[in-house]
Write a protein that binds this ligand. Sequence first.
Ligand SMILES: *[C@@H]1O[C@H](CO)[C@@H](O)[C@H](O)[C@H]1NC(C)=O
Ligand SMILES: *[C@@H]1O[C@H](CO)[C@@H](O)[C@H](O)[C@H]1NC(C)=O
Ligand SMILES: *[C@@H]1O[C@H](CO)[C@@H](O)[C@H](O)[C@H]1NC(C)=O
Ligand SMILES: *[C@@H]1O[C@H](CO)[C@@H](O)[C@H](O)[C@H]1NC(C)=O
Ligand SMILES: *[C@@H]1O[C@H](CO)[C@@H](O)[C@H](O)[C@H]1NC(C)=O
Ligand SMILES: *[C@@H]1O[C@H](CO)[C@@H](O)[C@H](O)[C@H]1NC(C)=O
Ligand SMILES: *[C@@H]1O[C@H](CO)[C@@H](O)[C@H](O)[C@H]1NC(C)=O
Ligand SMILES: *[C@@H]1O[C@H](CO)[C@@H](O)[C@H](O)[C@H]1NC(C)=O
Ligand SMILES: *[C@@H]1O[C@H](CO)[C@@H](O)[C@H](O)[C@H]1NC(C)=O
Ligand SMILES: *[C@@H]1O[C@H](CO)[C@@H](O)[C@H](O)[C@H]1NC(C)=O
Length: 880
Amino acid sequence: MGRSMLLLLWCASIASSLAPGLKLLALAQQNPGFISIDCGAPNDYHDDQLNIYYKADAGYVDSGTNVQVSTQVIYQNNQQQSKNLRIFPSGKRNCYTLMPDEGKGNTYLVRASFWYGNYDGKNQTPAFDLHIDVNYWITVNSSSWIYEEIIYTPPRDYIQLCLVNIGSGVPFISALELRLLDNSTYQINSGALVTNWKYNLGSLSTYRHPQDVYDRIWNNKTYSGGWSSVSNTTAIVTSTSNDAYKVPPEVLMTATQVQNITDPLSLFWTSENSTTVWYIYFHFVELQLQKGQLREFAIYVQDKFVETVTLENLKPVTVASLPISGHNLNLTISATARSSLPPLLNAVDYLCGGLVNAMYDVKKTYGVIRASWQGDPCIPTQYTWSGLNCSYDSSPRIISLNLSSSGLKGPIATSISNLTAVVSLDLSKNSLTGSMPDFLAQMPNLKVLNLSGNNMNGSVPQTLLKKKADGSLLLSLDGNPNLCQSDNCQTSNVQPKKKGISVAPIIASVAAILVLVSLGALAVLWIIKRRQIQDVTTITTTTNSSEGYTGTLKLSKNRPFTSTEVTRITDNFRTVIGEGGFGKVYFGRLDDGIQVAVKMLSRSSKQGYKEFHAKAQLLMVVHHRNLVSLIGYCEEFENMALIYEFMSNGNVRQHLSAHNPSVLSWSERLKIAIDVAQGLEYLHNGGKPPVVHRDLKTPNILLNENMQAKIADLGLSKAFVTEHDSHISTRPAGTPGYFDPEFHTSGNLSKKSDVYSFGIVLFELITGHPAIIRSSEGSMHILRWVTPLIERGDIQSIVDPRLNGQFNIGSAWKAVEIAMSCVPMTAVQRPDMNRVLSELKECLTVEIGSGRSQRMGNSKRRSESFEMTSIELGIAPNAR
Ligand SMILES: *[C@@H]1O[C@H](CO)[C@@H](O)[C@H](O)[C@H]1NC(C)=O
Ligand SMILES: *[C@@H]1O[C@H](CO)[C@@H](O)[C@H](O)[C@H]1NC(C)=O
Ligand SMILES: *[C@@H]1O[C@H](CO)[C@@H](O)[C@H](O)[C@H]1NC(C)=O
Ligand SMILES: *[C@@H]1O[C@H](CO)[C@@H](O)[C@H](O)[C@H]1NC(C)=O
Ligand SMILES: *[C@@H]1O[C@H](CO)[C@@H](O)[C@H](O)[C@H]1NC(C)=O
Ligand SMILES: *[C@@H]1O[C@H](CO)[C@@H](O)[C@H](O)[C@H]1NC(C)=O
Ligand SMILES: *[C@@H]1O[C@H](CO)[C@@H](O)[C@H](O)[C@H]1NC(C)=O
Ligand SMILES: *[C@@H]1O[C@H](CO)[C@@H](O)[C@H](O)[C@H]1NC(C)=O
Ligand SMILES: *[C@@H]1O[C@H](CO)[C@@H](O)[C@H](O)[C@H]1NC(C)=O
Ligand SMILES: *[C@@H]1O[C@H](CO)[C@@H](O)[C@H](O)[C@H]1NC(C)=O
C-alpha cells in the first residue's frame, strides 16, 4: 500500500517564485544524479513546479503501450506525471533499465508511481508485482495515485525495474524516478531499505525537489493534543552544507514539541509483520533557544536508549535508531533532568528492511564470509564471487566452486548434485564428515574433485574410482584418515547405508542457493518485504521525562591520604611497576593488606597541578567495574599522588605480545573487548556530563587477577563542560595509531573518537598485532595490514596465529565486522558504544555456543557473568 499522492500539495508559491529565465536552462543536465521518466508520456518536458526534467519512456523499455487516464478523472490529480501511463498487456515480465552515470556500488532512491485512473474504462484496478533486479519488491494493488520507494545499492551498473504479471490484470506504471543519494547517509547492510514515511513535522506543507536536493518527499504532519508546532521562519538553516542528509531548511524550519517539559514525545505504530526490521532516522534542529536555555533529550526506541542529544541553535543533528522489530513499536524522546525546554522533533524517516538476503544466511550458516559474495553470483561477469567461476554460454551457470578452507562442517549435501555444470569442485581443508555420496560420480561435467583434508569416512564410490583410473577425473582424497580408498573395504568399519536424518544440513543450504541461482538467472537473493505500516499514531504519556536515564554519577568513598601514609603504603617507594604519561607508578599495600598502585605526578609533568585537580575530581565521580578505581589521592606532597586499585595481570598489550608465553584464548579476548566496551559505554552514556577518554589503547587496559579488564588512565579525559558543545576541541592528545583520523580535518574529539580507538583495540585483540606494526621493512598501521585480508575473506590469516585456529569462524568474522564498523574515517559513520557492546555480546554468544572456550594459557578464568551490571561503587577499602 503506498501513500496517497492526492495529499501532496507542493507550495504553489515556489513555482511562481522561480525566475522565468531559469526555465530556459531546464535541461537534463540540470538534475545531475537524477533519472526521471514520465511513463507513457508522449514527449520529454520540464516540470516547472518540481524543476525536474522528465523524459518519455523511449530508451528505457522495449515493450508496452502508452495510454492516458480517463478524462473523467484526469482533473483529480494536478501532477503531470499522473496523466499518462504505460501498460504491459503482453509478456509476464517487462522491465525498465536504468543506467545511472554513477554506476554500481552507489546508493540510490528509486521511486515508482502508479495511477490506474480507469484508463480502460473497466473500473477494475489491476494488481501486479514489482521486482527490482532479481528481487521481489512489492505487490501493487491500488486504485489511487501512489508511490513506492526503496533505497537501493545495485550490484551492477544498471538497475532493472520489472513489472510482473500475476494474473490479476495488466501491469502499468505512471512514473519512475531514480535519485543518487550520498552513500554515507542511510546505512544499507542488506542491499535495500524500503522507505515508508518521511514526515515534515509541525508543517502544513509537503516538500520535495527543488527544496530537497535528493527529491525526497517530506509529507506534512501536525499533531494535536499536548503537542504544539514550533516554527521560526527567520531561522533559515544555512549550516546544512556539511550534513550529508541535507534535510531541506524548509522542512527543518518547523518542528513539533510537547507542551509540558515533563512529558516525553512519543510516537507509536504497528508493524504488520513483527519480524520486519525498522530503522528510524530522527532529524533535529534548534529553532528558538534563548540565552541561558538548554534543550537536551534522550532518545529511546522500544524503551532502549539510543543517544542523548543537546541541540545548538541552527545546527542540524540526525540520529539513526537501532534496528528494531516487533508488532507494537514506539519511539520516545524525553527531556533530560537539566533541560529547560521540552523535547522537539523536526522531521523523521521511517525505513524498513526485513530483507532476506539469502547469501547472507549462507554466510551466517557457514561462518563463510567472502567480501565479494553479494548480489547474483554470476552477474555481472567482472564481479563474480570469489570462490566460484561461471560460464555465460546460454544462461549463467556456475562451473567451478572453491570452498577450500572455508570452515565447512557436516556431510556433503545432496543439493550439490544440482550444480550440473560444475567442472571443478574444491571442498578441501574443511571439516566435512560422513560418507562420499554417489551423486558425485553422476555429475556430468565434473573433472576436478578435491576433498582432501576433511574427515570423510566409508568407502569411495566405485564409479569415482573408475573415472579416476581412466583419467576423466582428477580426484584428491588425501588427509581423510577414515576413508577407505581401495576396492575391497565393504566390510566392518564402513559406515552403513543408513543416511542419518541429519544429512540435510549445512552444505545443503549453500548448494541449494547456488543451484537456484545457477539454474535460473533469477536469483531471489533478497526479498524486499512489502511495507508493513498501518498508520503512525501518536499519543503522549505523562511519565516523568527523566525516568530510565541514569544521569547521576555516584560518589565514592575515596578520601585524601597524607604524605606519611603514602610513604608507608609504598614502603618508601620501593617497587616501580610502571611509568605513565604523568610519572612513575609504585606498588603499594594498604594497612589492611589491599594491594594498590600509586601513581606519582612528577613536578616536571607537563600537565601540572591544574590537570591533577581536574583529573582527581573526574576520577572521584567516575566509578564502574570496568574502569580502574581511584581509591584515594594525596595533595600534600611535593609530588602529588593518586592511589588506584592494583591490577595484578598487567596490561592487554603485554598479553598480546608475541613474547608472552600465555596466550589469551579467543573467548578471553572477546570478554576483554566487552569489558572495555562496557567501561567506555559508561563513560559516554552513563552519566552527565559524558566523558571522552581520548587515549584508549591496549597499554591502558589493565587486567585484574580474574582477567577482568578495566580502562586506566583517564588522565587525558576531560568532562564536557560547555553545555552546548557535544565535542571537545582543546589540546590534541592521544597516541598515534589510535587517534581519530577525523581530528586532523575537524579538530574535534568526540565520543566517536573513542569508538575509533576501540576499533583499533579490537583489531589488536583479534590479530595480536599492535596498532602500528613494525618490521624490518618499516612500519604499517594495523588497518592497512588487515584490510586486504578482509577483502580476500581470509579469516585464518587475520586472527592471531597463536590461537592455532582455536576460535569459531562465525564469531571471528563478527568481531572483524564490529571492529570495521568502528573505524570509518568519518566520525558520524561510527556507531555508538552501546550498539558496539550489544554486538560484541552476540559475538561472545556465538563463540560460547560453539563450545570452544577452554583456555590455552594458564591464568585463571573469570567466573562472573558478563551482563552489564549497573554502576558500582569504587572498591574503597577502609584504609586507615
Ligand atoms: C487487491 O486488493 C483487493 C481489495 O483490497 C483485494 O480484494 C484483492 O485480493 C487484491 N489482489 C491481490 C492480487 O492482492
Ligand atoms: C560512496 O560513493 C563513492 C562514489 O560516489 C564511492 O567511491 C565509494 O566507494 C562509496 N562508498 C561506499 C561505502 O559504498
Ligand atoms: C498537510 O497540510 C494541508 C494543508 O496545507 C492539510 O490539508 C493536510 O491535511 C495536511 N496533511 C497532513 C497529513 O497533516
Ligand atoms: C506537567 O505535567 C506534570 C506531571 O504530569 C504536572 O504535574 C504539571 O502540572 C504539568 N505542567 C503543566 C504546565 O501542565
Ligand atoms: C513475516 O516476515 C517473515 C520473514 O520476512 C516471513 O517469513 C513471514 O511469512 C511473514 N509473516 C507474515 C504474517 O507475513
Ligand atoms: C528565530 O531564530 C533566530 C536565529 O536563531 C533567533 O534569533 C530568534 O530568537 C528565533 N525566534 C524565535 C521566536 O525563537
Ligand atoms: C515500548 O516498547 C517496549 C518494547 O516493546 C515496551 O516494553 C514498552 O512498554 C513500550 N512503551 C510504551 C509506552 O508503550
Ligand atoms: C576462476 O577462473 C580464474 C581464471 O581462469 C582462476 O584463476 C580461478 O582459480 C578460478 N576459480 C575457481 C574457483 O576455479
Ligand atoms: C582453491 O583455493 C585455494 C586457496 O584458497 C587454492 O589453493 C586452490 O588451488 C584452489 N583450488 C582450485 C581448484 O582452484
Ligand atoms: C535438485 O533438483 C531436483 C530436480 O530438479 C529438485 O527436485 C531438488 O529439489 C533440487 N535440490 C535442491 C536442493 O535444490
